[in-house]
Design a protein around this ligand. Structure first.
Ligand SMILES: C[S@@+](CC[C@H](N)C(=O)[O-])C[C@H]1O[C@@H](n2cnc3c(N)ncnc32)[C@H](O)[C@@H]1O
Length: 306
């Protein structure tokens, strides 16, 4: 499947990627899909991200989401954080229990549980239960059975995505096993990005994938948690990236390529490319959307050759 429209920057990125692969390993490994469906996941632009990532002893992802970058890179250590506590709880259970937790999650993926009535019962259970293990397994069930794999909460913090009506939802056993295997190198933290980034040290690399800045003033906003992520947060993240770079830590931010993001990332090197994606709410229209990686090179950190 060709996910991208080729453009000049794709060629440039392709060259960087090849160089990076040669540096990191003689054989590039195949890509692994995240086990959770996640709006804005970066599976389709992994090549561009991997080409831009610097070497380092630890990769910090303050907006880990479904962990597409974590699952497909090879750092010695990872600090993986997100503000969504339900997401981090799933990762911790998987990290601690591995196959036992995978089988527990699988037990919810039955034909009986793939009806609207069962879905809404299990969604209510998710919102009410005090059993953290059950809640984590139900999060995986909801992710694969809800509409479009969305993660959305009401003002009271209740998960409120409707039933997805899939014929036979896929159970991602292999993807979970891969995640579990790699989680030995990882620390999972539920925190807002400022707190996570405050712990970065020289020698770390930071990859930030915040909720997208809107393409236009009227564009829809994706909500992953009860906390909003608006202009102030986008700006605060850019300033923090500048500060960390000044202290020797390279920070990369993914975002839409807009006047706003170009202005906020004026201190960074920009790698721009087009991504073909669904741009209407009902999934009926696809189009090329401009994306960018803003690379804030840490002072003294190794820079990719140009
Ligand atoms: C675009 S998604 C990240 C996708 C991820 N790179 C992937 O491949 O799946 C953005 C993530 O930021 C998280 N988030 C939103 N606001 C946050 C904040 N203030 N601090 C940390 N994480 C936040 C959301 O919960 C969501 O998982």
């Amino acid at each position: 499947m060709c996910a991208y429209r080729m453009c000049v920057s794709d060629v440039r990125i392709g060259e960087e990627h090849a160089r990076h692969d040669r540096q990191m390993s003689s054989r590039p490994s195949p890509t692994v899909r995240p086990f959770l469906k996640w709006a804005g996941n970066k599976y389709r632009i992994l090549a561009q991200i991997k080409a831009a990532l610097p070497p380092g002893r630890r990769l910090i992802e303050p907006f880990v989401g479904s962990g597409a970058v974590f699952a497909n890179t090879d750092y010695a250590r990872y600090l993986l954080a997100d503000v969504n506590p339900d997401l981090i709880a799933v990762y911790r259970h998987l990290q601690e229990e591995g196959p036992r937790f995978i089988e527990h999650c699988r037990s919810y993926f039955t034909a009986r549980n793939n009806t609207g009535a069962a879905y809404y019962d299990l969604r209510a259970r998710f919102n009410q239960t005090a059993d953290v293990r059950e809640k984590a397994a139900l999060f995986v069930y909801l992710n694969r059975h809800c509409y479009n794999g969305l993660c959305r909460y009401n003002a009271g913090g209740g998960f409120n995505v409707p039933f997805g009506r899939y014929r036979k939802p896929y159970f991602p056993a292999a993807e979970m096993a891969h995640f579990h295997e790699r989680a030995r190198r990882a620390e999972f933290v539920c925190a807002a990005f400022g707190e996570t980034m405050a712990g970065a040290q020289p020698g770390d690399a930071v990859y930030c994938d915040p909720p997208y800045a809107p393409l236009s003033a009227t564009a829809n906003f994706t909500s992953y948690s009860v906390q909003p992520f608006g202009v102030d947060e986008q700006r605060a993240l850019a300033r923090l990236a500048e500060k960390l770079a000044g202290g020797g830590v390279t920070v990369i931010i993914s975002n839409h390529d807009t006047e706003f993001t170009r202005r906020e990332y004026a201190q960074a090197r920009i790698v721009a490319f087009d991504v073909l994606r669904t741009i209407s709410c009902d999934g009926s229209r696809r189009g090329a959307v401009g994306e960018l990686l803003a690379i804030f090179d840490g002072d003294g950190a190794p820079r990719p050759a140009r």
